[in-house]
Design a protein around this ligand. Structure first.
Ligand code: ZN
Ligand code: ZN
Length: 309
């Protein structure tokens, strides 16, 4: 008797579970679809780098304006938005002239590549920065002042440097030039990752403070979404998983022994130089370890036979 009762109970539970699955199925499908669509849209938004950088800078500046009381609270509420915009305006002036200077110093600049002249280059740089000062004076004449407090300037300017394309590119070039061992020749992935971490940490500090004082809750949550959640997704999907994949792929390749190198007796197909050290791909092709790493940066295909790793 007892076993029949147990069976009945099991059947009942099974039936209820099936009913529940049947009813919830459409909801699960809709939610899954929604989550994947949102993920797709977020990835698309991240690809529009200039807009992505601008929105996160704007939200961070506004959060800092609220946290450091940079706006005149006695005036209208729009004042705090104006302070954020003004900050961005002044930093953009700086960026514009910094990019001009970089272009002048760049060896690929057409006018200097053919006719490099130190005096001319310096004169151009001085003229560009004189223009920057004129722009700032004109803005002041129009009543647009920018007198930030020291902590506000430190937070916003360091955030701006870490998110604006020209400065992140300079940082990447510098790290590639200094060639730190810790980055393992994957600077193009590690540098944006580290910069993203830093900006997320800054945003976390400011937004936690805003949550503690609990005055601008809705704004703080929206700001967290754009300056922390989206950046976290960017770091994870576009850099961290790629770093892991690149490292795993590289570690899976065998190092060639001295005997194999002597038998192979050929040059590296990437740089056409002789090899004293080599990695062997699964498709049996030999490359310098660094040449192979360099190729893996652009795609996970064998540089010779295009087999996928
Ligand atoms: Zn090579
Ligand atoms: Zn191959």
């Amino acid at each position: 008797m007892a076993s029949t009762d147990n069976n009945d109970e099991n059947d009942d539970q099974h039936f209820i579970l099936r009913c529940f699955q049947f009813i919830s199925y459409p909801f699960v499908v809709v939610i899954n679809r929604l989550v994947s669509d949102i993920h797709f849209m977020e990835q698309f938004y991240i690809k529009l780098y200039n807009i992505y950088a601008f929105v996160s800078q704007m939200f961070f500046f506004l959060s800092c304006t609220l946290a450091f009381n940079e706006y005149n609270a006695s005036k209208k509420e729009e004042e705090f938005i104006l302070t954020g915009l003004k900050t961005l305006l002044f930093y953009s002036v700086f960026t514009y002239f910094a990019s001009k200077t970089r272009d002048i110093l760049s060896p690929t600049h057409p006018s200097l590549f053919h006719n490099w002249n130190l005096t001319e280059g310096l004169c151009r740089i001085v003229i560009e920065w004189a223009k920057a000062i004129i722009v700032v004076i004109c803005l002041r004449e129009q009543g647009i002042y920018f007198k930030p407090s020291v902590p506000y300037a430190i937070f916003t300017f360091s955030y701006y440097l870490c998110t604006e394309k020209i400065f992140t590119e300079i940082c990447l070039k510098l790290c590639q030039y200094l060639d730190f061992d810790i980055f393992d020749d994957l600077e193009h992935l590690y540098v944006p990752l580290v910069l993203n971490m830093y900006t997320m940490a800054l945003s976390l500090i400011i937004n936690l403070y805003l949550l503690i004082i609990a005055e601008f809750m809705t704004f703080t949550f929206v700001s967290c979404y754009f300056t922390i959640y989206i950046r976290l997704k960017d770091s994870y999907y576009n850099y961290w998983t790629v770093v892991k994949l690149a490292r795993k792929t590289f570690e899976n390749f065998r190092t060639a022994s001295q005997k194999e190198l002597e038998e192979f007796d050929d040059v590296c197909a990437v740089c056409l130089n002789k090899m004293s050290k080599a990695k062997i791909t699964p498709c049996n092709h030999f490359f310098h370890p660094n040449c192979l790493k360099e190729c893996l940066k652009s795609s996970l295909l064998c540089p010779i036979c295009k087999v996928s790793f």
